[in-house]
Design a protein around this ligand. Structure first.
Ligand code: FAD
Ligand code: SF4
Length: 507
């Protein structure tokens, strides 16, 4: 009997588990563009266009390899607009009672599959370096899940940057050589843009008509197939990797990309694999084209952070999405959806997010994430925003980064202390403050940088929780040593900022 083989929009890998388990001669591949997924949150138009374009091309490639593909386009009249609905429709069409699927990255989609009145076999998604079981075994019995220890195990497992059982260059981690402030001579690289072809143009027109979500659709710069993704990887390795480590944390006005890789959407869709990306980077180091600090810094992001957040995501279960350890409840300020802001750093991060569906890690963590955390925004709303606006946002990777790393909503599982800072950090790592309405050196008064005010407000309101944290005690001693009148002025200034946010006024 014919079986249906479900391939989701982020499973565009020719040997993804469900395809490996299927039989070309009898099974039918089901791929479906559905409104239910496009509008589960208001996804950025470029993200929708990327996924749909890549799906259409992948379906053609599968047909070229001899697969029978039942492909539902968004505009098809008979499209039920949900994945479950399309599986049921195709089951009736082909007389199928069984579905082969690769585990989706969202609990919601997994639940929908499990609820189907068909026999559904969900296979593990093995496009990762560590399996779920391997991560669970690593985590079992540990008091603290430190990324660095997990990363070292992944280095040993993969042999990347290893000399026997020792790390190449004599160190596991070269971060002290990386992360230079913005004041150094930064590269201002120009990554290669992929020109939209006819398939992409069709999709862009359709997305323009159907999705009125936050974010500019054009110009559209993303590659939409494996060849384009490989070209983007090669471009990064040749041009930007040598300075990746140094420029990793810097932010420059009008320079959204610096030396970042811009490959996360391709990895997350399955157009590139984590190991091939790391091997390309390791090869560049072996050839002597890039310093070890850059190669190590990059490989740590992939086999360390990316795998680690995924492990935590599956270990924690669907309840992770509801975590709110700090009890934050403020609405997400309008400036996140393009509303006016006088804060130059926030305006830059949100503006490029609107235009490019991209912001790099430090913009996400130390600007937009930092501000939401300091202001006490409900982490569920912050999660919705990150899941919506970034080209690479899929729940398994976005949620642990947002709820755990950025918002401390999991109470410190992913990071031992919250990622919060005053304006001084942003001033050191960027050139935004010079052109800002606010003054980064001012600690009180109407022109004081809101990060300066809210930083102390955050520490004060969560004093009971954080005063015992060995990495934060020093900050409480600094605060306690300040003049009482000054402390009152700081807190009153922070209250004014929060009141303005609550009233929908420009901050
Ligand atoms: P580079 O800076 O060049 O890094 C290279 C690669 O390392 C990335 O392509 C990515 O695959 C990987 N990587 C680096 N850091 C992480 C990390 N913390 N978690 C997972 N992978 C990492 N990444 C996503 O892929 N999807 C998301 O939805 C996402 N949401 C995030 C939300 C917040 C609040 C934060 C703080 C980070 C988030 N990240 C997410 C991680 C990181 O910001 C992006 O992977 C990175 O900015 C992608 O751009 P790039 O390819 O130029 O990365
Ligand atoms: Fe951002 Fe404050 Fe600097 Fe303005 S002064 S750019 S708000 S850190």
């Amino acid at each position: 009997m014919v079986r249906l083989v479900l391939v989701l929009g982020d499973q565009l890998t020719p040997d993804v588990a469900a395809l490996r388990a299927a039989d070309k001669a009898r099974d039918v591949v089901v791929m479906a563009e559905v409104m239910g997924e496009g509008t589960s949150v208001p996804h950025h138009p470029q993200k929708i266009a990327l996924i749909l374009s890549a799906m259409r091309k992948f379906a053609v490639a599968l047909e070229g390899e001899g697969w029978r593909v039942a492909y539902s386009r968004l505009e098809d009249a008979e499209n039920s607009q949900t994945i479950s609905g399309e599986l049921l429709r195709r089951a009736a069409e082909f007389g199928a009672a069984e579905v082969l699927a690769t585990k989706p990255g969202e609990w919601r989609v997994l639940q929908d599959l499990e609820d189907l009145p068909l026999t559904v076999t969900v296979l593990p998604d093995d496009r990762f370096i560590a399996s779920e079981a391997e991560f669970a075994a690593w985590a079992d019995g540990r008091k603290q899940l430190r990324m660095e220890w997990f990363y070292r195990d992944m280095r040993r497992k993969t042999g990347l940057l290893m000399e026997g059982d020792q790390p190449a260059g004599g160190q596991w981690n070269f971060d002290p050589d990386n992360r230079k402030p913005a004041k150094t001579d930064l590269l201002r690289a120009r990554p290669r843009d992929a020109a939209p072809d006819a398939v992409v143009e069709d999709v862009l027109d359709m997305v323009e008509l159907r999705f009125a979500h936050f974010g500019r659709l054009r110009p559209f710069r993303w590659a939409t197939d494996r060849a384009g993704a490989l070209a983007a990887l090669a471009d990064f390795v040749a041009d930007r990797l040598p300075r990746f480590g140094e420029e990793q944390d810097a932010m420059l006005e009008g320079e959204p990309f610096l030396s970042h890789a811009l490959i996360s959407p391709y990895l997350n869709l399955g157009l590139l694999g984590p190991m091939e990306v790391c091997l390309a980077v390791e090869d560049a180091w072996k050839r002597g084209d890039v310093p070890i600090a850059a190669a190590e810094g990059f490989i740590r992001q992939i086999i360390g952070w990316r795998e680690y957040v995924r492990g935590i995501w599956w270990l924690q279960g669907p309840e992770y999405l509801t975590r709110n350890a700090l009890g934050h409840s403020r609405a997400l300020p309008e400036m996140y959806w393009g509303g006016e802001s006088r804060m130059a750093c926030m305006a830059a991060a949100v503006g490029q997010t609107r235009d490019l569906a991209y912001a790099h890690h430090i913009q996400r963590l130390m600007v937009t994430g930092n501000f939401a955390l300091l202001a006490g925004v409900d982490p569920a709303r912050v999660h919705d925003w990150y899941l919506s606006v970034y080209i690479d946002a899929f729940e398994w990777v976005e949620a642990p980064n947002t709820l755990g790393m950025s918002q401390f909503a999991d109470g410190g599982l992913l990071g031992s202390k919250p990622y919060v800072s005053s304006g001084a950090y942003i001033d050191r790592m960027s050139d935004h403050c010079g052109g800002c309405h606010y003054r980064v050196k001012e600690k009180t008064g109407d022109r004081a940088c809101p990060f300066n005010l809210l930083y102390w407000h955050f520490l004060t309101r969560h004093r009971e929780r954080f005063k015992v944290n060995p990495r934060m005690g020093q900050m409480y001693r600094v605060w306690d040593g300040m003049d009482e009148g000054h402390r009152e002025r700081v807190l009153a200034g922070a209250e004014r900022v929060l009141a303005r946010l609550d009233a929908g006024e420009v901050v």
